[in-house]
Design a protein around this ligand. Sequence first.
Ligand SMILES: Nc1ncnc2c1ncn2[C@@H]1O[C@H](COP(=O)(O)OP(=O)(O)OP(=O)(O)O)[C@@H](O)[C@H]1O
Ligand SMILES: [Mg+2]
Length: 470
Amino acid sequence: MKFPSLRPASISGRLALLYTLGALLAVGLFALLANWKLEANFTAAHQDFLQAKGAEFQDDLNEGGGAPNMLINEILKETDGARLRAYEARLMVAGKQVGETAGMRATLPAGLFPAAHGVENLTLTPYQTGDSSWLLTSLPLQGAQGQDGVVLQIGLDITRDEALLTDFHRALAVFFLLMVPLLLGAGRLAAAHALEPLARIAKVAQSITPAQLSRRIPLDPPWPRELTGLVQVFNQMLDNLESNFERLSRFSADIAHELRTPLSNLNGSLEVCLTRPRGEAEYRAAIASALEDGQRLTGLIENLLFLARVENPSHALRYERCEANEICAWVAAQYEAQSRPKGLCIRIDGTATLYVDTLLFRQAVGNVLANAVRHAPPDSEISLAISGGPAGVEIAIADQGPGIAPEHLPRLFDRFYQTDPARGHKVAQGSGLGLSIVRSILELHGGRAEIESTLGHETRVKLHFPSMQA
Ligand SMILES: Nc1ncnc2c1ncn2[C@@H]1O[C@H](COP(=O)(O)OP(=O)(O)OP(=O)(O)O)[C@@H](O)[C@H]1O
Ligand SMILES: [Mg+2]
């Protein structure tokens, strides 16, 4: 069977409960201490009284020459009048009762009293008769000529002391019963006051909708110290969400734009063919143009699918150990058909062992090399320099092309970003996704991609992979 949790579900409830328990514990400890001290004081007072009585009666016995009768008379005289402390006393000699205060036999028979051990360490036996409380003890006295066996039994009436203690306990119980709801109420109020800023944060957070993603939780007036960090993290999260949201919106708009151009070209060339009968050459040209647009669309969709796959958080990398120069040589061979007609020479220098997803690594190098091949002037050299060190492996791909203006450099890795804003319909022009795929692949590996360029001189893309993990 499952018992419901005793812990309140709300934070203010928990705080109030903790506060109440803490306060009750403190008050309880104080009450225990006060009670202990009170009881100890009473016990010490009783003991002192009985010891003083013992000494006093011993003196009385000595004064009477050790005759018990004199002492009895003295005791009766003393217990007769009004006294600060009421007590009953009985004198025993050799185990036989010699005298006692009136009525003692009925209330406190001799058999109830403990044995006499000495005045210094009294044995005190508590005893209850009806409404009265007693402390019973036996005191040994020295009789005539040092005669032993004279024992004084004293019953000290402690009813008033006990009543005082009972009153004290009752007052404590009432105090505790009143304290619980009071403390719970006060705790609730204090917790609600302390948690009020959270409600304010929640109210602002509630007003942040996709249409108002630029709203932030104000840091002024300052929040309590514990919440400032939370507010900052929340605002940071909103910054990230906003920029990602914007990127996604731009991405969708870009996709639509990219798809629209080749599709309208395609429609245009097909419509031209249909308006009136044409010669074979014209049909061929229209089909070739439509094919070009189809290829462009296919390439674009493939790139988009690849990006979506790579950027899917559940995408698992298939890490393999490989030699960077071998992979680069393989990729360079793939671009042979494009580079040879231009008279380009692709040079690979250096070597390093990599621990990467080789398929993605090939794609990254291929995308950078495709750009280099596209932009390099005829009969120039493209170099792939591989260098490995403790920080990781770097592959720098440089071409001697026209270079890129500095204002484009920060955005080159964005999706669909192209240096030439006029988007033509030629397959060779690309879609502006190549470098963003490179960045995604590098980020997946925990690395980074950088680009540096000197206008009219060269462009160099550096792929940095962190050091091997296995
Ligand atoms: N080596 C280079 N020299 C000059 N410009 C470059 C070079 N590499 C990239 N660029 C420019 O950077 C932009 C982005 O390149 P990216 O590879 O992302 O897209 P793309 O090559 O236009 O299209 P895709 O790679 O999808 O076919 C392009 O407009 C391109 O002109
Ligand atoms: Mg490219």
